[in-house]
Write a protein that binds this ligand. Structure first.
Ligand SMILES: Nc1nc2c(ncn2[C@@H]2O[C@H](COP(=O)(O)OP(=O)(O)OP(=O)(O)O)[C@@H](O)[C@H]2O)c(=O)[nH]1
Ligand SMILES: [Mg+2]
Length: 177
């Protein structure tokens, strides 16, 4: 595994996630040619140190500002990266669009349904197993601030494989019948 990109909308808990995943060895950088800062570090996966990047928040892969441009550039410049797509599970529909865009671009992706505590407090029901079946990628509920679900997510990163979006649409159609 070459690199892991931690991606998602602004304010969904990416940095809280990143801090849970990495130790103290983090490097603050400035993306070349921009004023956009980002952080990278390493996580230990199967006895290897894998680089992980806390990518600036982006709403979609059609950038609307400098930070989003950097996020999209990071994705496109790392064709062999794995993506942890972090979404705010209490606003799941908004986040799924970005997740689908990333999947559609052929990146092995794992979906973190973060803010699971808020989702439960609001009594929002999400069928995680069904979502996982439809998307064909691992889906893990997480609470980045308490660390809940993070270990499970790390264990499942290697199950992320490239998926064809046609297949997702087919399966979503089947589930509606
Ligand atoms: N209740 C709850 N709060 C969370 C969770 N994860 C993160 N937060 C809080 O949500 C806020 C945003 O978290 P960040 O980690 O800064 O989010 P981010 O995605 O890095 O945000 P940007 O870097 O601005 O795009 C902070 O106040 C966190 O403490 C969670 O699972 N549950
Ligand atoms: Mg952040």
């Amino acid at each position: 595994m070459k690199k892991i990109l931690l991606m998602g909308h602004p304010n969904v808990g990416k940095s809280a996630f990143f801090n849970r995943l990495t130790g103290a060895n983090v490097i603050e950088s400035n993306y070349p040619g921009t004023t956009v800062d980002y952080t990278k570090g390493y996580i230990r996966l199967e006895d290897k140190d894998v680089e992980i990047v806390d990518v600036p928040g982006t709403f979609s892969l059609e950038p609307k500002d400098k930070a989003e441009e950097v996020a999209v550039a990071m994705l496109h410049n790392n064709k062999d990266a794995f993506v942890i797509c972090v979404i705010d599970a209490s606003k799941i529909e908004r986040g799924l669009y970005l997740a689908l865009e990333i999947i559609e671009n052929g990146y092995p992706t794992i979906l973190a349904l973060n803010m699971w505590d808020i989702t439960e407090d609001k009594n929002i029901q999400i069928d995680v197993v069904k979502l996982e079946q439809i998307l064909g990628i691992p889906v893990v509920p997480t609470i980045a601030i308490s660390g809940e679900g993070i270990k499970k997510l790390v264990e499942r990163i290697k199950q992320a494989v490239p998926i064809k979006v046609d297949k997702i649409i087919e399966k979503a159609g089947d589930s509606a019948k």
